[in-house]
Design a protein. Structure first.
Length: 130
């Protein structure tokens, strides 16, 4: 098993920190009635960029036999899914004074897409190794 490089740890750490930041901002925005919606887009863009760099570097290393991953993306996907589910249920229960920003939904869809692409790449790599 290949050891995780400092670069990978750095990108994973950054992606996780910005995940926490964006989740916090989304929750605050929701409960404030949309007063912080202007922050979601730039922070989401930063988070998605960092996540893409991290996933891309993992996949690149996998294909060149330098990566044996043990940090599953399922954890981040579960966090996002639970967040979206709670926001949708809260929105339905609390009424129109609370709303989910379009950027929140867009960010969730990008995270799901990146997860599926990474999962597909891993499955394809595994089949090719047999």
């Amino acid at each position: 098993m290949a050891k995780q490089s400092h670069s990978e740890k750095y990108w994973r750490w950054l992606a996780n920190i910005w995940l926490a930041v964006i989740v916090f901002i989304i929750i605050i925005d929701f409960w404030s009635g949309g007063h912080y919606t202007y922050l979601i887009s730039p922070i989401s863009l930063l988070y998605i960029t960092l996540l893409t760099v991290y996933i891309g570097s993992k996949e690149f290393k996998r294909w060149f036999n330098h990566y044996q991953g043990h940090h599953p993306g399922e954890i981040a996907l579960v966090i996002w899914t639970v967040l979206i589910f709670i926001l949708i249920i809260s929105n339905a229960y609390l009424g129109s004074s609370y709303h989910i920003s379009q950027d929140t939904i867009s960010t969730y869809l990008v995270v799901v897409t990146l997860f599926i692409a990474s999962r597909g790449s891993r499955a394809f790599y595994t089949r090719r190794q047999r």
